[in-house]
Design a protein around this ligand. Sequence first.
Ligand SMILES: [Zn+2]
Length: 427
Amino acid sequence: MSHISRRTVLSATAATAALGAVAACGSATSTAGSGSDARTPAGNGTSSDPGQPSAKATPIGDGSTSDTGAQPNQPKPEKLKPGEQPPQFVVFSWDGAGATDDNQFPRFLKLAEQYKASMTFFLSGIYTLPKTKTDLYHPPQHSVGASDIPYLSDGAIRNTIKLVSQAWLAGHEIGTHFNGHFCSSRPGGNGVNKWSSDDWQSEIDQAISFVTNWKTNTGFADLPPLPFDYKKELIGGRTPCLEGQKTLLPTAAKMGWKYDASSPGGLQMWPQKVQNGALWDFPLQSIPFPGHTFQVLSMDYNILANQSAGSTKGDPGKYDTWRSEAAAAYQAGFDRAYTTNRAPFFVGNHFEQWNGGIYMDAVEATLKYVAGKPDVRLVSFRQLVEWLEVQDDSTLRKLRTLNVGQAPTGGWNSFLGVQGAAATPTS
Ligand SMILES: [Zn+2]
């Protein structure tokens, strides 16, 4: 794996190349024991015990999922007042979202609670499918049961179900990272970029089926159902290696989804809709990369690809430097938006321990850096969609005119105020 040049890092190819280099999501091991405690308290003021079924839960189907009413701990989306400076939204999002044996999922649930953040967890559907039932997975253009990420042990599946329940009750969003994680960039890779829209339909149907039938498939009769109706909860996803968005979008729109987070190499600008206005496009973004002459995508594996040339076990002597660079990149990306156009800032990550876990530390440092600053809202993609959809179209159009790092000429009051209604940025 050669170094990623500036040009390629900013392109779709780079995102996929980087991912292939590190076998993304490969940190998902199947060795998690059932002993690790997934039941840290669900936070944000709720008294819900994720281990107990809600009194008002109405089971759906075989009881793998249930309807428990409106999701707890949701902010109320408010329309900007004339001349008001927009909030600075920050979305931390997690690809895979399985309970692997490194306990990163509970670590970040706890941090989210502590710093009052809502996040998005893109669950891989097969993380709820036991190894004895892999013949139920028919991946498009691959043999039955094939997957590029490992199936989880029964203990890890149990913990995944508990953690996903806990996450939702705390106010986080459960999206999808699909199933088998096929990337064209892996050696001999036969990836999702070759899939048709029908292939995506099959993959999504199967992901939903695994998440909504885990009770039948695992036989775990003692666990309470997931506290949500997944067909309603699921309104967006992120594709493996950020590949295949083009053919996914028509299917996502047909499913009634609201957004897609699979685009590589986006800019730090206000989001726009794609697919004839059906879906919000929330890309990974190019952000400043301290210590380098080029920008990097706001995702762990893209930073890794540029630091340890794609190896997940680079030179330990460099870890401190690399950790600082990664944290500084995220913080510089945040600062650039926060002090100028206020474009929502997106961070993508996996639960992994690459290069000694430095990227997890960098995300934690970033969370602590941004939380509590004035106007900062740490939200899920779903919550961001809800906010965008209560704004005036004219406001959103105006925000879209602000380029990367461009503050509104004359200030926010003029730019979004009644008197500034015709104003356009001049630089
Ligand atoms: Zn992934």
